[in-house]
Ligand binder design. Sequence first.
Ligand code: PLP
Length: 414
Amino acid sequence: MSDFIFAAQQGRKIPKEDKNFAVNNRAKAMIAEKGKDAVVNATIGVLLDEEGKFVVLSSVNEVFKTLEAGEFAEYAPIGGIPGYKAAVLKDTFGSYEPKRHTVAVATPGGTGAIHSTIANYSEPGDKVLLTDWYWGPYGTIAGEIGRSLHTFKLVNEQGRFNTEDFEKQVMALLEVQDRLVIILNTPAHNPTGYSLTVDEWEEVASVLDRVPEEKKVTLLVDVAYLDFAGEAEEYRAFLPVLDSMGENILPVIAYSFSKSFTLYGMRCGAMICMAETEEIADEFRKVCEYSARAAWSNCTRAPQVMLSKIYENPDLLARIQEERAGFRDMLLRRGKAFEAAAKEAGLEIVPFDAGFFASVPCENPDAVGAELEKEGIFTIPLTMGVRISIASITEADCRRLPARILAAIEKVNK
Ligand code: PLP
């Protein structure tokens, strides 16, 4: 029996209300009732400054204002304008020159890249492998096209990447599937702030070296938070590891304009393959463009022209990098403050490196979230704990929150 009136059910269960929006609405209602100072809204997934204002890089805004009608009104080619595709590669790889065959295809945000990778590199009914702490929309994206998720444990008892469970789950899925899409969201993982070190990347590579050669693995690296994780080159140091993988492993990087250029609403991203052969790279271009035509046709032209212009002008690029570094450092200070305060309070958090979010493992996350709301602290309850957006709260609140979260956990789970 369908619970839809007119629409096709297609096996979907759509919740009555989006949980995250509901928490956010309650936060807004409390602000209206009790005032801004009575509320800490740690639910928002965008960067706010210390005054609570939405951060837009002014240097990027300046470029936007130089656009002429023809530059944004015209259709873009399906795979993206040539200048954009070249700039995306430079922006992603930095000073590193990949040895493999790279092809970039424009997508509407990182979300489009995730959708297209799953759609083109897995079969209906397949399971997609990812960490047990994960960004909810991965499940929605996979489910909409008849795939489901399978998880491995992100960290082991020592608080390091759980290579053992990763290997176990990769091999178990490859017993029953000929191909496998794996999603690794790093650095500055949403929702935990975890980043794989280069050593951990080497471990991932050595597991994938043991994949039987008749099986095909697509390794989707979601780098949505790359430019807010820390020093640009340091956080790109894992890229050579992707180059070293076997022919039956296809790394695909999901690139997003949303955070790096503070242009979330522009819906601009790209999927970049690092293919061992030219044939695999050509096929990547062909299938991704074909499926783009069927889903969103071409992507928004304005941000593509903007990135092309930014990469044609070294002074402008340097200005953007400098301005971004200022906000990145503000975010890193908040992360460090939260981590230090958690340690001091004796609050266990998922090992945190950097990024927009941190997570606290706990029993009964919904009840813990509700308890915190009573005190005006709004978080996102997940399956295994609560997520705190450090991107949207002040450094002072990052210092205050851990003790209060611990108290709420103790109260709920006593
Ligand atoms: N991946 C992760 C982990 C995210 O948190 C987000 C956005 O919140 C995205 C990808 C995609 O963002 P967009 O589609 O705006 O590029």
